[in-house]
Design a protein around this ligand. Structure first.
Ligand code: NCD
Length: 304
């Protein structure tokens, strides 16, 4: 097993599949009345969040607690970070407290990689800037596999603000490893230039819908935009928003995903978000099982 999970590229097909299979076992536990396993008793997991988060933070906390680990939640607001303490000094503090795993979200791309040099425990990247979010890619893969029965050969359209999306970047890497075919869809201004080989690009959402097994809608990340990337929200929604008529052009079996948080009415309409094809709530549930699997395997559930 790997020591850290920093990037979708850290996972080969066997390791990724091992995580997804372990997550399925964890999901069975989550369905029981008593949801706790003793696997990480006496181990300490620190959640280090320098950026806002709802789902990811709660999900990692629930995952660590279900494995009986001691959980310390640190958010930059209200800590010595606001007094100017550096990431390195914070890391040394965590190290001194004996953290076995550090789950980190940070606005700077690459911060988790730096942290991995400074602590002895395992580092899990919970989102770094516009770079990567590997556990989101794993929970997305888990959701596709459980809804559609396979990953190899699936056509996955990743739609919207790809440029600023760490979710998209990690998904592109992981889905390629697992044999799915990814098409990036969005306005040319929001598609990055450095695209992984084997990934398709299309600027026309309507053209890709009939042949997609999965449509993954991305949030338009206005907080990361210091320029104007499209004429107006209305124009964006008209060309790249998923609404009812567009959804009905998908194959019968196709699913609609979104990592959350959603801009309802912008990239996705409520009709689509709340439809039976939408896996948005399921993704959140699956996130806990997948993060349990990641923590369990990284922290030696596999006899490291
Ligand atoms: C994403 C993130 O924070 O990268 N959300 C998440 O983790 N579920 C996507 C986003 O912010 O749009």
């Amino acid at each position: 097993m790997i020591r850290h999970l920093l990037s979708g590229a850290d996972l080969d097909a066997d390791t990724a599949t091992q995580i997804l299979d372990t997550a399925a076992e964890m999901a069975a536990v989550s369905g029981r009345e008593v949801k706790k396993l003793p696997a990480l008793r006496g181990r300490t997991v620190v959640n280090l969040f320098y950026e806002d988060s709802t789902r990811t933070r709660i999900s990692f906390e629930a995952a660590a607690k279900r494995l009986s680990a001691d959980v310390i939640n640190f958010s930059a607001k209200g800590s010595s970070v606001t007094k100017g303490e550096s990431l390195k000094d914070t890391a040394l503090t965590l190290q001194a407290m004996g953290a076995d795993a550090v789950v980190v979200r940070h606005p700077a791309s690459g911060a988790p990689h730096r942290l991995a040099d400074w602590v002895d425990g395992s580092v899990v990247n919970a989102g770094d800037g516009t770079h990567e979010h590997p556990t989101q890619a794993l929970l997305d893969a888990y959701t596709m596999r459980s809804r559609l029965g396979r990953l190899a050969g699936l056509s996955v359209a990743v739609v919207g603000d790809v440029l600023h999306s760490r979710v998209a970047r990690s998904n592109v890497l992981l889905l390629a490893t697992l044999g799915a075919k990814v098409t990036l869809v969005g306005p040319p201004t929001l598609i990055p230039v450095d695209i992984a080989p084997g990934t398709d690009v299309c600027y026309d959402l309507d053209a890709v819908l009939p042949s997609s097994d999965v449509v993954m809608m991305l949030r338009v990340q206005r907080e990361r935009m210091n320029d104007s990337y499209f004429p107006s929200a209305r124009e964006y929604a008209r060309r790249y928003g998923l609404d009812g008529p567009r959804m009905r052009r998908l194959p019968e079996h196709a699913i609609v995903m979104h990592p959350g948080p959603m801009n309802r009415g912008m990239e996705i309409t409520p009709e689509v978000a709340d439809s039976s094809r939408s896996t948005i709530v399921e993704q959140v549930t699956n996130g806990v099982s997948v993060r349990m699997a990641v923590l369990y395997l990284l922290l030696g559930g596999n006899n490291r």
